[in-house]
Design a protein around this ligand. Structure first.
Ligand code: HEC
Length: 465
């Protein structure tokens, strides 16, 4: 048997099991509850850890949602008052959450939800706060005094319309295979993400007095290593400081249906609490597709040609000695909005616009099942690497919101060795700008493949005995 056949057999088995459950008892399906793992099971909490201190996934995805009163940001024009809009959304995200340390299922104002299947793999959720691994910050990216690479871990949340959509994408309480085409977030969906950095305030002064979380974040084992293998290392605890807070809002006034925003923590800002010291970095509602001016410029600058990103100019470093207060030392490509820990040759909307999974559930080779397209062109690490064709591939269109199909050339697709094939275009199903949905679905299929490989290995070992 080949890996392909075992993967297909496993998927068929899932479908048959669900069909039998449906036939035998409709109750099993309709009254089920979600039981997605909360954290990477290869890195569990020590025995005896009280359950109350272990991260629990907020996964009672509602089968309906109430539109409720329009959010306070809906009366604000994000183009003329971007800071006001961002702050209104931030306050909505924080309400009821700060006093419960973001155990969002206990929020008495409104419930929030986590996306499933982010526990999988070495970057998968850690057991203390459900953080997943994000991009490292290279020396100097956070502050000129930053000499050590800092690592970043983050956790994201969705409000009720978002939780409802997550439930649709993972039907039958997650017992069935995911349905990417159900990724259509309703108007009023809000998501936010808390990003923590391992950088100390000695390295990055504006992190002083930030929110600290102890998180079980690394070291990261090489791909394929399993617990018990020679060289396998368990994760250890690290002190992490809140650095960045991202927000996303489904808002039909935006050309892409979504508005993206981000805040940086500033220990030197006025404000009695950590939350009052968050400072808006910017807001964005599109890629500014035609604007190639300044795309090869490095550093941080305001690009006057952009009309779909607003950048808070007060965070630009002035000439002279670096200050302790928060400044941004890079933005996204050509001055587009990006967060302090994000990749400087991308932007919020260009990365998230690529949220999609390969449409065909039976691709050949099977290794590509559920794959996400590339978010960043390969070979581009600094703005001067960006060429016009690559710019057009990654920033040249404002991708419409919603699910639906999108065709990518073999270069963007990021699939295994497709460019040599006869058909260089691949059809993906979009996940409505949600990268947590896209990554979760990819992880799900990677796990099915892992099970198939383990099965074949066991068969081979049995034969040898
Ligand atoms: C380099 C690509 C990249 C850039 C740039 C980027 N993101 Fe993301 N973002 C991701 C990925 C990948 C995930 C999903 C994985 C995770 O959350 O751990 C994600 C997840 C999120 C989530 C959780 C909701 C979801 O389903 O996607 C939010 C909110 C978010 N990002 C906001 C932002 C904002 C705001 C910006 C710009 C300030 C931004 N992102 C820039 C890659 C990117």
């Amino acid at each position: 048997m080949t890996t392909r056949n075992v993967v297909l057999a496993l998927l068929a088995l899932i479908a048959i099991t669900i069909a039998i459950l449906r036939a035998c008892s409709s109750k099993t399906i309709t009254e089920c509850s979600y039981k997605f793992p909360a954290y990477n099971p290869n890195h569990p909490p020590p025995a005896g850890t009280p359950a109350s201190t272990v991260f629990a996934l907020s996964q009672e995805y509602p089968s309906a949602y109430s539109p409720g009163a329009p959010g306070p940001w809906t009366s604000i024009n994000f183009q003329t008052n971007p800071a006001g809009y961002a702050t209104a959304v931030l306050n909505y995200c924080l309400e009821g959450n700060t006093s419960i340390d973001f155990k969002v299922q206990n929020n008495t104002v409104r419930k929030w939800y986590h996306a499933p299947w982010l526990h999988y793999g070495e970057n998968g959720r850690e057991w203390r706060h459900g953080l997943t691994r994000e991009r490292n910050s290279r020396p100097g990216e956070l502050h000129p005094g930053q000499t050590a690479t800092a690592f970043s871990w983050a956790v994201g949340f969705y409000n009720e319309p978002g939780g409802y959509t997550i439930g649709k994408v993972w039907p039958d309480c997650g017992q069935n295979i995911p349905v990417p085409s159900a990724s259509n977030f309703p108007e009023g969906t809000v998501g936010f993400k808390l990003l923590f950095s391992s950088a100390t305030d000695a390295q990055v002064p504006y992190l002083r007095n930030s929110l600290t979380w102890t998180a079980n974040t690394g070291p990261i084992n090489a791909a394929g290593l399993k617990p018990g293998d020679p060289g396998w290392q368990p994760r250890t605890d690290h002190t992490m400081r809140l650095l960045q807070v991202d927000i996303i809002v489904k808002d039909n006034r935006s050309p892409i249906g979504w508005v993206f925003g981000t805040f940086v923590y500033d220990g030197y800002a006025a404000g009695a609490t950590v939350w009052e010291r968050l400072t808006p970095v910017g807001l964005s509602w599109g890629n500014d597709p035609g604007v190639t001016a300044m795309m090869n410029n490095s550093g941080v600058f305001i690009n006057p040609g952009l009309s779909q990103s607003w950048i808070n100019a007060s965070l630009l470093p002035a000439a002279g000695a670096p200050v302790n207060a928060a400044r941004v030392y890079h933005l996204g490509l050509g001055g587009r909005l990006n967060g302090p820990v994000d990749n400087l040759v991308s932007s919020c909307t260009s990365c998230h616009g690529k949220a999609a999974v390969l449409k065909d559930l039976q691709p050949d080779p099977i290794e590509n099942i559920g794959r996400n397209p590339r978010m960043i062109p390969s070979g581009v690490t600094v703005p001067s690497d960006m060429t016009s064709p690559k710019f057009n591939d990654f920033f040249g269109t404002n991708i419409p919101a919603g699910s639906g199909d999108i065709t990518y050339n073999c270069y963007i697709s990021g699939l295994n060795n497709p460019c040599g094939g006869a058909n260089p275009s691949y059809v993906f199903t979009k996940t409505d700008y949600s990268l947590q949905l896209a990554v979760g679905i990819e992880n799900y299929f990677s796990s099915v493949q892992e099970r198939a490989r383990d099965y074949l290995q066991q068969q081979a070992e049995t034969k040898r005995q």
